[in-house]
Design a protein around this ligand. Structure first.
Ligand code: UDP
Length: 329
């Protein structure tokens, strides 16, 4: 029996592979290596380079490796890019997920975990936002993920198949042992960008908008450590295997930090005063979004270990320094 991880060579996927291997699971990774790296997949896992929409390949893998669960990370994740290329996002995130779900149903894979996003909520009417809030995505990225959640919901109702959709808040940090981390080229995520500015990969960074209706005018997000996040997936897998059924749950800590607070934390942890420039709002950004995090804790008995912004920043920074050292060699 094994677990198929799509996008397992990417940032979150490679942490998931480690989490599964650490728990003694057999893992097959399917990744087309468009943004991921083959070196990010440990040798103990089987890496297959290919597309999730290649149904012949996917169904062959499911049968050959006796796959009982698919954990689906493969997709595009940059909100402003989705605003300028909506059809690319609907293709990668929605159409290809349809194909993968169809393969899962056809082969009788009983469990499916989907990497969804807090972007399905848009700018919620109240904080923190719970799973039953209205879904009003404000970007094609959020809409593309919401559509996949709906396909899973309806497929689970029609077929013998359970799913867990985990709605990620802002995933950051790196494996504390630095076996993997965020290596994406041209990364746009705040903590990654700030850490790249510390190591000198960037000369400066920008704050996108200081005129939001928040205490300091910058957007507020709920930053969650990637290792806690993948642990929630492992617990979700165990829950489904023991008959827990389908679940939709937020993955965040319930703490909101503004862009300026995050930048100050990075400056403080790194003891570096890097150049920060104020710039205009970025298309597709929601003002503020913080998770109501109880369901994940309750249903999965999830006990996060790294619920601390400075800890997240420390691990992200350590990984960035490791990458910078590797690139200098
Ligand atoms: N942000 C910023 N400068 C950057 C990257 C991000 O000001 O270089 C802001 C962005 O506008 C948003 C917040 O940081 O308000 C979080 O953005 P990120 O891209 O990390 O995650 P998102 O919430 O878009 O998924």
């Amino acid at each position: 029996m094994s677990v198929l991880v799509t996008g397992g060579a990417g940032y979150i996927g490679s942490h998931m592979v480690l989490e599964l291997l650490d728990h003694g699971e057999d893992v097959v990774v399917l990744d087309r290596l468009s943004t991921g790296f083959d070196w990010a997949v440990p040798e103990a896992a089987t890496l297959v380079v290919g597309d999730i929409a290649d149904q012949t390949l996917v169904e062959e893998l499911i049968r050959k490796h006796d796959v009982d669960a698919i954990i689906h990370f493969a997709g595009s994740i940059v909100v402003p890019e989705s605003v300028s290329d909506p059809l690319g996002y609907y293709l990668n995130n929605t159409v290809k997920s349809h194909s993968l779900i169809e393969s899962a149903v056809r082969c009788g894979v009983p469990h499916f975990i989907f990497s969804s996003t807090a972007a399905v909520y848009g700018s919620p009417a109240r904080f923190p936002v719970g799973e039953d809030a209205e879904l009003r995505p404000e970007s094609p990225y959020g809409t593309s993920k919401m559509m996949t959640e709906l396909m899973l919901r309806d497929s689970a109702a029609a077929h013998d198949f359970d799913y867990t959709a985990l709605r990620y808040f802002n995933v950051s940090g790196a494996d504390p042992q630095l076996r993997t981390g965020q290596s994406t080229k041209g990364a746009t995520h705040l903590i990654k960008v700030a850490c790249e500015t510390v190591t000198g990969k960037r000369s400066h960074m920008e704050v996108f908008g200081t005129d939001y209706e928040t205490p300091d005018g910058t957007c507020v997000r709920d930053y969650i450590h990637v290792s806690d996040l993948v642990n929630a997936h492992y617990l979700a897998l165990r829950r489904m295997r023991s008959g827990g059924g389908s679940l939709v749950a937020n993955c965040g800590y319930g703490n909101g930090y503004s862009v300026l607070e995050v930048i100050n934390a990075v400056k403080d942890v790194s003891q570096t005063d890097f150049d920060v420039q104020i710039s205009g709002r970025r298309p597709g950004d929601a003002v503020a979004i913080v998770a109501e995090a109880e369901r994940c804790r309750r249903e999965l008995s999830w006990k996060p270990k790294y619920d601390d912004l400075r800890q997240i920043v420390t691990h992200a920074l350590n990984w960035e320094k490791k990458l910078a050292g590797r690139n200098r060699q």
